[in-house]
Design a protein around this ligand. Structure first.
Ligand code: SF4
Length: 546
């Protein structure tokens, strides 16, 4: 199918300041439409914590999908919108039949499922629209969609809305809409949380900024979202938090910003507002975020994060090897010794989660041992240990392409031709992950966190928001599931009880639930990696069981 380019329409109405809750397209539709937004099931991966879900008794998905919920909120008010997250429930034939238009979105890893959704919608004769990060980076992955949306929310979105208002006939050729003028982040609507039950998710999420000032070789964020982070207002973030609480409360909210501290001045303005929100609401949630490790050099920000009850920070440490960090242009990790930075974050009550990449050009046969030694010294419990994978639109992709080192042979764990023999790299990865998540080693690191990190958090009050009937019921369900499925039926129950007995005795139930849930996923996932059931790269081409 060939592609034609359409210019998004010019909307001449002057911008109006909408109330936060009803910011939508300024396009006024002439027709009534039914829009089905489908978020595709994602591949299971290390970071989705799926083995923990059965222990919660309620969770079906990792996080509500922000992007498609923002689009759902942006559509004309008069249109009926139905939202299905396939991770929570399947999208039925009736859903497709109900709709005039089917919208989907997702990341590269969801590509296959995104295309399946297109086929299912076409079987029912519906016009389809795909947007989001994957199609924006690689439109060629989606040749059979009727309409593709390249880039972020903006004039292309208005153009597509106008198009489906005019007709819901499937076009003969694919129509491509590309955003030229992005909607400023501070004009974004609140994601359509009223369409989801947030209690069905492991975490809730919010976005304050988009983009990252750094340029790590393997990362597509600077090219997709820019190096000068764009920002929402603090007022907007608080309104989103309020809307989220109305839709449920999984107990933790993750700032999904590419780099939470990409703009420190903005942070210094947001954090007091978050502290105030937590105080006013009785600290209903813990916060988590992704940030560069050099956050450790900003004590004022760290102190405010502590006050706002940030308990987890994901840092892309990638490798403990200094030369390797230089070679992947990640020198921001070198501004202070890595172990010192991790300890500094721990001293503000934040548990560090770390990304680790194996298969870098600087790796040697000793790299696996060096990573394991780093894990032991840093006492970081959870590390996403992945094989290097080249994403399109990254400096890494271009370099490997020029060197003839992109490899698309089916069945491989990565599309990179490593300098070390492929089998050695995969073997080293497998050894690293199974050793790192051997129950005794993992629980030892969690024990360290209980002694050296968690006590540094502020003491939050037993407010009605925290000790509500609903929260107590959720906590008891999780605790009894953990005690039964891990403590009685688990194959590492002895290790579990060495940790659980003192925790129960001292009443440290919150830590016990956290460690029980997260630890169970990590241990089970690593056991599956050892048998080859799980893949070494988040983006692995290997066909998976599911
Ligand atoms: S710091 Fe993180 S978000 Fe920024 S370019 Fe590097 S990997 Fe990407």
């Amino acid at each position: 199918m060939t592609t034609v380019e359409l210019k998004p329409p010019q909307i001449s109405t002057p911008p109006t300041v909408n109330p936060l809750s009803c910011r939508r397209t300024r396009y006024i539709p002439k027709n009534q439409r039914r829009i089905l937004c489908v978020f595709p099931q994602y591949e299971r991966s290390f970071g989705t914590l799926h083995h923990a879900y059965p222990l919660t008794g309620r969770v079906r998905g990792f996080m509500p999908p922000q992007g498609i919920l923002v689009v759902a909120a942006y559509l004309p008010e008069a249109w009926e919108v139905r939202f299905v997250d396939e991770n929570v429930r399947p999208c039925t034939r009736k859903d497709y039949q109900w709709a005039d238009v089917v919208i989907t979105s997702g990341m590269h890893i969801q590509r296959e499922r995104i295309n399946q959704i297109n086929r299912l919608a076409h079987q029912e004769g519906k016009i389809t629209w795909v947007g989001g990060p994957s199609v924006s980076g690689c439109p060629e992955y989606y040749p059979d969609f009727d309409m593709i949306h390249i880039g972020e929310l903006g004039d292309a979105t208005d153009g597509m809305i106008e198009h489906i208002d005019n007709t819901v006939e499937r076009p003969e050729q694919q129509i491509r809409f590309e955003t030229q003028n992005r909607l400023p982040l501070d004009e974004f609507p609140i994601p359509a949380y009223h369409l989801v039950d947030i209690n069905k998710y492991f975490l809730a999420n919010v976005q304050f900024s988009s983009g990252c000032p750094y340029a790590c070789e393997f990362c597509d964020i600077p090219e997709l979202y820019g190096r000068n982070p764009r920002l929402k207002t603090a007022q907007q973030v608080l309104a989103e938090l309020d809307a989220m609480l109305e839709a449920g409360n999984p107990g933790a909210i993750y700032f999904v910003d590419d780099n939470f501290v990409g703009n420190r001045r903005a942070m210094a303005e947001l954090l007091p507002a978050l502290i105030d929100w937590q105080k006013r609401n009785g600290y209903p949630v813990q916060f988590a975020c992704e940030a560069t490790l050099n956050l450790a050099q900003s004590p004022k920000i760290l102190e405010m994060m502590r006050e706002a009850y940030f308990c987890t920070v994901f840092c892309g440490i990638e490798t403990p090897d200094t030369d390797a960090l230089k070679s992947i242009s990640k020198t921001q990790n070198l501004s202070m010794p890595i172990l010192e930075a991790v300890q500094r974050l721990n001293s503000y009550g934040m548990e560090v989660v770390s990304g680790i990449i194996m298969g870098l050009d600087t790796d040697t046969l000793e790299t696996g041992d060096r990573i394991l030694e780093f894990i032991r010294l840093s006492q970081i419990p959870m590390l996403t240990i992945n094989l290097l994978y080249a994403l399109p639109k990254t400096p890494l992709w271009r370099r490997l392409e020029a060197e003839g080192r992109l490899n698309f042979e089916p069945g491989r764990e990565s599309n990179v031709d490593f300098l070390l023999p492929y089998e050695k790299v995969v073997e080293m990865w497998q050894r690293c992950i199974t050793t790192a998540y051997a129950p005794e080693f993992l629980y030892e690191r969690f024990r360290y966190q209980c002694e050296h990190t968690y006590p540094n958090r502020i003491k939050v009050p037993n407010s009605p928001a925290r000790v509500s009937k609903d929260n107590i019921r959720k906590g008891l369900t999780m605790l009894s599931n953990i005690l039964l499925r891990v403590g009685v039926l688990g194959n590492y129950r002895q290790t579990f009880w060495q940790f659980a007995k003192p925790a129960l005795k001292s009443g440290n139930i919150e830590a016990l639930i956290h460690v029980g849930l997260v630890g169970h996923h990590l241990i089970k996932f690593a056991q599956e990696c050892a048998t080859g059931e799980e893949a070494a790269s988040f983006y692995s081409q290997k066909i998976r069981r599911s």
